[in-house]
Design a binder for this molecule. Structure first.
Ligand code: FAD
Length: 503
């Protein structure tokens, strides 16, 4: 019997995980990627021979028994991935300029409680209760530990209608502690009274339990997934974006690539932003309310990224994620800046090139930036945005370096060169509406509104990727599992993956 076939739009994390799972499960897979390399958020670029990750600096859940370890073992690639766990005694450092405090967050729930209790001794009880409650939420999200469940992430939002801000406030009234508990919110583009608590819980636990880096960069994961897809007979095309989707009746008839060639399959999976998807098809074929609701979901904020190459041996390597901001009150307000006050915080890493780096080859610094800031150039294209844009970028780079200099007074003398990317870079490279850092914004006050179902109004089109359920290294592969589960059965997939539970 002929294999069932599936075409996947987009060769980013979601597309590649879906492709790897479905090709392994006997589907004839074709992936079309518009960019000249695969990977989406896993993609790296090179400058002066130095490779930079674009959208995957810190990962988690890759230790034996953890979710990604199990999924990647099932896919047969785990043994080829080199992971460097971040420092046990400090995987994240939260540095406050106003009082000079440096909060070092250690790995593991108990150590985390202990470290925070040392900083806020009178709050020990509250900190303990908060951490236990956070972990209990994660336990309830069965898919987080690859347990069978009928519930979708959407239902968790319903269950935990609380926002992260309300949740934290319910444990402590200590003003500084409230901010410290929330410091990692840029990892999910958090909004204090909108982001559902389950997102904060899942991301926090992911890193508390196993923050790590991909030694040698994130592109390796994309390449390994691609190898697996090809090994199972799948086909992957780069530089071939989908430019048109033809609909007949209530289903897709074919998709056309940028060279005008039509391609047909039994099933289609879109891993791109739904608004970008809608631009490819005759939207009058979709219910107006459905289209308008999805198209109008607000997006998460974006980011300005500064890529620094150090002179050889000039700057020490550190193995944690560094957060730096002026004051506690900036914690929820990175996106509320004026022209003068940007950037309100830095989040930076020195990505490892080997498992034993002593000196850093490079640094990646992310600063929250809204799409509105680069709107004046929104109708321009990469490499042709004009002199004013180049000057704007240079000015932002200098602001970032000024701020870094507050942490490392001699950093400028260690730098060989600096490059940068704006929200427009993210918009154009990933085709991500408004350069949104993590796709659409989940809002627990209007959870129905920010929900995008995997099944669409077209019978043979499914959705996947960060916009659908959850973003990042954990959320996108889990979303891929749910999407593929629609075709081969989620319980069946979980059974297969869990056979390797302790691999
Ligand atoms: C600066 C930055 C830093 C980040 N850091 C981290 C981190 O440290 N840890 C973490 O877990 N997450 C991080 N993230 C988030 C993570 O990168 C995303 O959640 C993830 O990449 C989303 O995966 P996806 O498959 O949904 O989309 P993507 O990986 O963006 O994939 C979508 C793909 O579709 C392609 N495409 C778009 N339109 C078309 C078309 N018409 N035809 C064909 N192909 C198309 C795009 O080129 C892209 O390759 C970061 C994101 C950014 C922007």
């Amino acid at each position: 019997m002929d294999k069932k076939s599936v075409i996947i739009i987009g060769g980013g994390i979601g597309g590649l995980f879906c492709g790897a799972i479905l090709s392994k499960e006997g589907y004839a897979v074709k992936i079309f990627e518009k960019h000249f390399t695969l990977g989406g958020g896993l993609h790296e670029f090179r400058r002066e021979g130095v490779s930079f990750e674009t959208g995957m600096h810190v990962v988690g859940a890759f230790s034996p028994g953890d979710v990604l370890h199990r999924i990647c073992s099932y896919l047969g690639i785990m043994h080829k991935i080199t992971i460097l766990p971040e420092d046990e005694d400090c995987f994240e450092l939260f540095h406050m300029a106003s009082d000079g405090k440096k909060y070092r967050m250690p790995k593991g729930k108990d150590a985390f409680i202990e470290a925070l209790s040392n900083e806020f001794p009178e709050e020990r009880e509250h900190i303990t209760q908060y951490l236990h409650a956070l972990y209990r939420i994660c336990d309830e999200v069965k898919l987080y530990s690859l347990e069978k469940t009928d519930a979708s992430f959407q239902e968790y939002s319903g269950k935990f209608m609380t926002s992260v801000g309300e949740f934290i406030d319910s444990f402590t009234t200590h003003p500084r502690l409230r901010f410290v508990l929330a410091f990692c919110n840029p990892l999910y583009a958090g909004s204090q009274y909108q982001t559902p608590i389950y997102i904060h819980a899942l991301i926090s636990k992911l890193y508390i339990e196993g923050a790590a880096r991909l030694v040698g960069g994130s592109q390796q994961l994309a390449n390994l997934l691609a190898e697996e897809i090809r090994r199972h007979g799948g086909e992957i095309y780069v530089n071939k974006g989908i430019t048109h989707i033809e609909i007949t009746g209530k289903e897709i008839d074919y998709v056309a690539t940028s060279d005008g060639v039509p391609h047909r399959a039994d099933w289609y999976i879109s891993s791109i932003h739904p608004s970008s998807l809608f631009r490819l098809l005759d939207t009058s074929r979709l219910q107006r309310s459905y289209r308008e609701r999805i198209d109008s979901i607000p997006n998460t904020y974006s980011v300005f990224t500064t890529y620094i190459i150090f002179k050889p041996g000039a700057f020490p390597f550190f193995n944690y994620t560094y957060y730096y901001q002026d004051d506690y009150s900036d914690t929820w307000e990175h996106d509320l800046y004026t022209e003068e006050s940007w950037p309100r915080g830095l989040m930076f890493v020195t990505p490892p090139t080997t498992p034993h780096d002593v000196h850093a080859e490079k640094m990646i610094v992310n600063c929250i930036m809204n799409y509105e800031t680069v709107k004046p150039w929104e109708h321009t294209q990469t490499g042709r945005r004009g002199e004013a844009y180049v000057a704007f970028k240079k000015c932002c780079e200098q602001r970032v370096l000024d701020k870094l200099q507050e942490v490392y007074p001699h950093i400028r003398s260690c730098i060989q060169s600096v490059y940068s990317a704006t929200p427009l870079t993210i918009r154009d490279y990933y085709n991500q509406k408004e350069g949104a850092l993590y796709g659409v914004k989940k809002d627990c006050r209007h959870i129905e509104r920010s929900h995008i179902p995997i099944r669409t109004k077209l019978k043979n089109l499914l959705m996947t990727g960060q916009n659908i359920k959850l973003h990042g290294i954990l959320g996108v592969p889990l979303t891929a599992l749910i999407t593929c589960g629609e075709l081969v059965g989620l319980d069946y997939l979980l059974d297969k993956i869990n056979k390797n539970k302790y691999a």
